[in-house]
Design a protein around this ligand. Sequence first.
Ligand SMILES: Nc1ncnc2c1ncn2[C@@H]1O[C@H](COP(=O)(O)OP(=O)(O)OP(=O)(O)O)[C@@H](O)[C@H]1O
Length: 252
Amino acid sequence: MADNILEARGLSKAFRGFMAVQDVDLSIERGSIHALIGPNGAGKTTCFNLLTKFLQPSAGRIVFEGRDITELKPADVARRGMVRSFQISAVFGHMSALENVRVALARSRGGNFDFWRSERALSVFNDRAHELLYDVGLSDSVDVPAAELSYGRKRALEIATTLALDPKLMLLDEPTAGMTESDVARIVALIRQIRSGRTILMVEHNLSVVSGLSDRITVLARGRVLAEGDYASVSADEAVITAYLGSEHADA
Ligand SMILES: Nc1ncnc2c1ncn2[C@@H]1O[C@H](COP(=O)(O)OP(=O)(O)OP(=O)(O)O)[C@@H](O)[C@H]1O
């Protein structure tokens, strides 16, 4: 039997009667990179927010590491090792790359003294912060204020701050959105590098990124699971092709 780190059963979300996500079953195998794709409005973001507990489902259950997390808060699931990448807005622009990662490390230890002001307290995280910045290819930008980093490098920093929380399951929300081609290649290489020992679930629009990275793909359309499998099988699926062609703004 597959070793699934995350399972959702019958997951649904209604917004004032409109079913954005309907009866979705999802199994994420440990160690895999799993992509959630689908045309615009398919319910990917809603599904992502349900799994990370930023939204409460109207129906269904979510099990992480064998434990029902349906009623837990986002911070509780993060503490258990299911961490979503923070948005860039959560990276502090005036702080250097190193400081950003140190603060993320401090937060992950749940310290209750004033990390923000105490240089001495934060300096215990220097070595690990340098390692994480090295892992995401930012060793040359350690002292650069986050606001001055390129868009692609900000996303790399955001991934470093997520890795600081030592996730078992990392959820990436459109990791290459708005990037230049060379930044996309960097992030793809980075995701390959950080996958070791982790499971990754990502919502991604760029289908070449999806095909290059994903072990398994779930295609959503109109809030439901339309198809699931590897890239070759879902991209040859008639229903998937029709859903993409039929959507007003195909994502391909
Ligand atoms: N808070 C909300 N209130 C009402 N409707 C919502 C809300 N959030 C999402 N929806 C609707 O639910 C549907 C699914 O939206 P969702 O953002 O999950 O799709 P998506 O697949 O992520 O789309 P995109 O690729 O465009 O980001 C859409 O029709 C959207 O308008």
